[in-house]
Structures are given as C-alpha cells and as structure tokens.
Design a protein. Structure first.
Length: 368
C-alpha cells in the first residue's frame, strides 16, 4: 500500500462543485485583484476569528513582514522567536532589517519556552513572534504578560494552527496581529499561495492595506509599498473551504488519536497535547533517535513520511548570511528535536485502511 502525505486532490474532488462554482463566479465577475470576492472573504475570515479586520496578502511570509513593518519594527530592533520553524518566520524579521533572536523550545510541545523569553529581552527588543507549531498554541497568556511588562508587540505565526484554541483563550486574544497561511499544504489551503493578517488594532490596518498594494489605498495615489495581494481566485477557493475547517480539524484530531493509541506502546516520542488545548494537528510529528533510518524504512514501505524541520534555522549552512541574529543562550531542545523528527501522513481524507497501515509499518520498524 502507498500512503501519500497530502490529500489535496481528494479534498478537491470532495468539494469540486463548490470550488468550481467559486472559481467560475470570480472569472465571470471580471474582478480578479482587490475585488469583491476578496473583500467578502476578508469579512468572513475576520468573523471566523472573532476579530475586527482581516487583510488578504500573498503569503504568510508577507503577512509577518507587513505586520512587523506596520508596527514600526526596523533596523536596530530585535524580534524574539524560535529556530525550529519554517524559514519564513525569521526571513520576515530580516526583511525589516531587524535582528532575529532565537530562544529554545519546550521539549514536550516543541513550542517556544516562554520561561526563556525574558532573559533574551534587551533595550532593543521590539516584538515577539510565537509560532504555533504543528497546530498547538503557545501559552499566550504567559507570553503576553511578559510582552506587557516590557512594552513589546506580539505577532502570532498561525500558519499551522487555524481552528486551534488554548485553555480558555483564543487565537488573537493576546496579540497585536495574527498571521495566517493559505498555501496548498496548510489545513486551510488554496491551490497556490496566500495569506492574511488578522487584527483588532485599527491603527495598523491602513498601513498593511497600503503596504500590500504599492503604498496605495486609492487609485493613482501611492507611497512606498509592495505587491502582496491575495488574488480573488484564491480568496474564493479559501472561502469555500473555511466553512469546512472545523469539521476537518475534528477529523485530524480523530486520526491523531488513532495514531497515538496505535503507537503508545512504542519507544517513539509522540505529540503532547496540553490539557484544555485544541491541537489541530497540521502535522503529526513523532521523534526517534534513529530518524533517518526510520524515514527510509517508512518510505520504502510506501508511507510518504516527511521531515519538519530537520535543520533548525541557526543550523542552516551559511547562517546567518551576514544578517543580524543571535541565540539566547543556546538551543539544546531545538537541536535535539531537529535531529529526531518525522511527520506521518495526516489529513482529513485519509482512509481507515491507510491509517492502520501507517501504524503497522511504524510498529514493524520498532519490532524489526
């Protein structure tokens, strides 16, 4: 049996009539950029998050970057984040000219260790970017308390965690902005790339809207900006899928529970879900010291397991490429995790036989 890592095509087939209709509506409208479909989706997305405003941009990378710029982060500033994330988190900081300061992670959740943040704060620190890795939220109340004490901005990297919640708190409740990703492999993905900034801060909305569109909020009037717009075609597709996200998250959680039950007697380090939290399992990541050997075994058996993220940002060749960066003070948990992670296939369209097969192959590796 072959078990793929992504379910894009299966998902499209399940929603084909609705998605095709949404695409056709946009094509027939003749308005493809900053049009009514995008405006409608932005309203829907803000309503979904129970926040004031959503601004569609062309990626989560740009969402982070433009949010930082709108908050005034720039050269000479420092932004605290983690190194066990997709490269774009740090890249967005460097785009502004600021220094990326990496702190270590919790060994159980693999999210930022909030207890390590305060020691990394300097007079130049301007913001914190918590990454809700794999689909589980960071301890935002504790992080926000630190940010308030030091007058720092908080921008949530929510690329992997749409539909998650914490123990008594929601995404966006403790931050200045939330950044979402709609690239095809995300839990809420279009057929291409896309992203959004969601915020309750009225003061940064005009800045982000202008920055995404060549510094313009009305025709022929410009200041300095960029080209970072979520096209109406993508907005129409994600609008269809937004109505299904909670159902899909529930299915992801159910599959994760099956994996955990099937692998609980193994030596693998399994995902840890904090009590009271809703983990949406963008990725189901196990850890083993024999990662490379196990990955090959799974792949040879037809299980398309992958690695997220096997090379931490600070361990990439050439780091930091002449850019401002710092580790505070060292990242042992980050480095241990990077050397042992394996992501198992997990998406709502997985069939029971495929789930069982993945479990069987993992157990066969353990028992070999």
């Amino acid at each position: 049996m072959n078990v793929g890592f992504y379910g894009h095509v299966r998902q499209y087939h399940a929603l084909k009539a609705e998605i095709d209709a949404a695409i056709q509506d946009v094509l027939e409208s003749g308005e493809y950029v900053l049009g009514p479909t995008l405006a409608r989706f932005e309203t829907e997305l803000a309503g979904y998050f129970k926040m004031k405003t959503a601004i569609g941009v062309n990626s989560c990378t740009d969402a982070l970057w433009l949010a930082l710029l709108a908050l005034g982060v720039g050269a000479g500033d420092e932004v605290i984040t983690v190194s066990n994330t997709f490269f774009a988190t740090a890249e967005a900081i460097w785009f502004t000219g600021a220094k990326a300061v990496f702190v270590d992670i919790e060994p159980d959740t693999c999210n930022i260790d909030v207890t390590k943040i305060e020691a990394a704060i300097t007079p130049r620190t301007k913001a914190i970017i918590p990454v809700h890795l794999y689909g589980q939220l960071v301890d935002m109340p504790a992080l926000a308390a630190i940010a308030r004490r030091h007058n720092l901005y908080v921008i949530e990297d929510c690329a992997q965690a749409i539909d998650a919640h914490g123990d008594g708190f929601a995404i966006g409740e403790y931050s200045d902005a939330v950044c979402a990703s709609f690239i095809s492999n995300k839990n809420l993905g279009t057929y291409g790339d896309g992203g959004a900034v969601i915020t309750n801060r009225d003061d940064i909305v005009p800045h982000i809207r202008a920055l995404r569109n060549h510094g313009s909020t009305r025709r022929s009037v410009h200041s300095m900006g960029y080209n970072s717009r979520l096209d109406d075609l993508h907005a129409g597709i994600v609008s269809v899928k937004l109505k299904k996200i909670t159902e899909w998250s529930d299915r992801r959680r159910a599959i994760a529970a099956m994996y955990t039950a099937g692998l609980k007697e193994t030596s693998f380090k399994l995902p840890y879900e904090k009590p009271g939290y809703r983990h949406v399992y963008h990725l189901y990541v196990i850890e083993t010291p024999q990662r490379d050997e196990m990955l090959k075994y799974l792949n040879d058996a037809g299980v398309d397991a992958k690695l997220h993220y096997p090379i931490a940002i600070h361990q990439q060749e050439g780091y930091p490429w002449g850019l401002p960066a710092d580790l505070h003070p060292s990242l042992p948990n980050t480095e241990k995790s990077a050397g042992s992670v394996i992501s198992l296939p997990l998406y709502p369209e997985l069939q029971q036989a495929e789930i069982d097969y993945v479990i069987d192959v993992c157990r066969a590796w353990e028992d070999r």
